[in-house]
Design a protein around this ligand. Structure first.
Ligand code: SAM
Ligand code: SF4
Length: 487
């Protein structure tokens, strides 16, 4: 594409009035001074106070910024152990012992931005650029379906070649491609911020969640790490999910890239973001929170010199504080982390993982691992089957359920049932049913043998006798060849 037309496209993306309308008296919901003051004011919290905050979180109440700041400042290891246990309890209350699983699908890596930490940045000459054709995409999707996947996160660089019309077309291909018994039932998107009318285009083709990570909420750091391109506009990104919700995309996913700035500050930023969305949209906060940790990328020296890299023990702490602060929101733990860390951190309250991931464009159908086509380097290269087996050993049933989406159980309605801790008689049965389908259609013998017991165990644990009976009947029908059954 010619430089002139790229520039012309860029000139028309950002609409300042779609930032301004969400500001309160011209001010952003992120106030650096106020966040730093809260972190200072809640230094050295008393034991008793931390325990009261944990108790509040266990009642599934969202914490306020002072409370989150106190947890972040806790230095007592015994209290951290109590927080880890509380994280798991909250997760069990809201979600049960199930993990939702998805695959990341990188579709185009042309990008006009220059994020210093990313392998796809425009200035990186060593990246092999590729945008998938619809035929190539269908081949990728078939490869994913044949492994058992039913959910995707589709990822794009920011470029006129991957504008909203291209994204909409790729979503349609994702939903219409079939393979054997399988299909993609939920396609989420991680892409650059859009304008309200563009979000409506994605809403109309049935997008799942729209994710945008703020990377860091600390404005001076943000400006330094995003020196040029559209992403240099902090506020356009800050309100991207406000615009999505206004456009009727019910489920939005926020996130921060940990390792760019002080981890405590960015956890506070995620909380402020959650609170502002709740205040604006009738109590509905983000559907998911992501907490990717910075990874090495090809020809990206920034990562090696970065002073804010987050250690493993700190990573577990920050995930725990997010869990306690926003008890009802989905939390995504990605394959950026290695298997050992994932198997540990999953126990402090994560609800979703990707598995069998390949983030080189075209990598699923070609079965290749080409670092020059990757945005960063993955830590967990287990296959979907292996990851599911490991999750089963930890006592987790892997859910491929997307019924919440198809029944309109998104946004406000989902938050209501999640906030009331009522997911058990809806989501757990569907998790059991989709897990049964997976074990029959896709699992290796080893995984089937290791994981089958979970179906009996979770069936017996369903609180309602009526639901237990229906699920049991449906399991028999699945054994006899029926598919896609859900409550
Ligand atoms: N290009 C779009 C954007 O930046 O919003 C969409 C997707 S980007 C490909 C997905 C996310 O990957 C980014 O938001 C960032 O948080 C994360 N990321 C970028 N470089 C990374 C790295 N070196 N290690 C880990 N995560 C990274
Ligand atoms: Fe482009 Fe996204 Fe990478 Fe930034 S993080 S360079 S916007 S692909």
């Amino acid at each position: 594409m010619e430089a002139v037309s790229v520039k012309k496209w860029m000139d028309n993306v950002i609409k300042p009035e779609e930032v301004e309308k969400f500001r309160k008296n011209g001010k952003d919901f992120i106030n650096e001074t106020s966040i730093q003051e809260k972190l200072m004011a809640n230094k050295q919290p008393e034991k008793q106070r931390i325990r009261e905050i944990i108790a509040k979180a266990l009642e599934l109440n969202r914490l306020n910024p002072d409370e989150t700041a106190a947890l972040l400042n806790c230095t007592d290891e015994e209290l951290w152990q109590e927080m880890y246990a509380a994280g798991l309890k909250i997760k069990q209350k809201v979600y049960g012992r199930r993990i939702v699983t998805f695959a990341p699908l990188y579709i185009s890596n042309y990008c006009v931005n220059n994020c210093v930490y990313c392998g796809y940045r425009i200035g990186n000459q060593e990246t092999t650029r590729k945008r998938m054709s619809m035929e190539e995409l269908a081949a990728e999707i078939k490869a994913l379906i044949s492994k058992g996947h039913k959910r995707l996160i589709m990822v794009y660089g920011e470029h006129p070649q991957s504008d909203v019309h291209y994204i909409a077309e790729t979503l349609q291909v994702a939903y219409s491609t079939k393979e054997g018994n399988g299909e993609i039932r939920r396609a989420n998107v991680n892409a650059a911020p859009l304008a309200i009318d563009d979000y409506k285009i994605l809403r109309d083709v049935g997008i799942g969640t729209f994710q945008v990570f703020q990377e860091t909420y600390h404005r001076p750091t943000y400006q330094r790490l995003h020196p040029s391109g559209l992403k240099a506009d902090y506020a356009w990104r800050l309100y991207s999910l406000h615009r999505a919700m206004e456009a009727g995309v019910d489920d939005v996913g926020i996130g921060a890239l940990f390792g760019l700035y002080d981890w405590k500050y960015d956890v506070m930023g995620l909380l402020m973001h959650t609170i502002d969305l709740e205040e604006r949209f009738g109590g509905v906060g983000p559907h998911t929170i992501s907490f990717p940790r910075l990874q090495p990328a090809v020809n990206t020296p920034f990562v090696e010199e970065d002073p804010y890299l987050v250690r493993d023990d700190i990573f577990k702490k920050l995930v725990t504080v997010i869990r306690l602060s926003v008890p009802y929101t989905g939390m995504i733990l990605t394959a950026r982390e290695n298997a050992a860390i994932r198997n540990d951190v999953i126990n402090v309250g994560c609800t979703q993982i990707d598995a069998g991931s390949n983030i080189g464009i075209g990598g699923y159908s070609e079965e290749t691992l080409d670092y020059n086509r990757q945005q960063f380097i993955l830590g967990d290269n287990r296959s979907l089957d292996e990851a599911i087996r490991d999750m089963a050993k930890l006592g987790y049933i892997t859910s491929f359920c997307t019924a919440g989406y198809r029944c309109g159980r998104t946004g406000n309605y989902f938050m209501e049932i999640a906030q009331k801790g009522k997911v058990h008689n809806l989501c757990m049965p569907n998790a059991i049913l989709t897990f049964k389908e997976y074990l029959l259609d896709y699992a290796s013998d080893e995984t089937r043998n290791e994981a089958e017991f979970l179906i009996e165990q979770e069936l017996a644990a369903l609180p309602s006798e009526q639901v237990r009976k229906s699920v049991s009947e449906m399991l028999n029908r699945i054994e006899n060849g029926a598919r896609d059954l859900f409550l």
